[in-house]
Design a protein around this ligand. Sequence first.
Ligand code: FES
Length: 118
Amino acid sequence: MPSSLPSTPAAAPRREPQFMRVAETQRAPLRFFLDGHEVTALQGDTLLTAVLMQQRRVRDSEFSGAPRAGFCLIGACQDCWMRTEDGRRLRACSTLVTEGMRVLTRFADASAGQGEAR
Ligand code: FES
């Protein structure tokens, strides 16, 4: 049965952001890839800011599977670890997002806790 709903493009899934930018909106834009979808950020954004401008989580808890969005925002709590598509670990709150960066919020690898850290 044909749908009467308007068609939607096959783009990134609709996400509800955790953060809303209210200042420094004139910085140069850049693009990065979040779970394979191209999104935008501004030069000088931390990875945590860039991701939470797109959605409400940066990863899932390795213990409960619950969504996590960082806690301290200053590199102390270890709640914001993400991975690049090539497997490197990044602390999102202390890593600047860069042009073309490719990061994942979900990873099945049980070896979380190993690898390169910043
Ligand atoms: S949010 Fe606490 S270490 Fe990144």
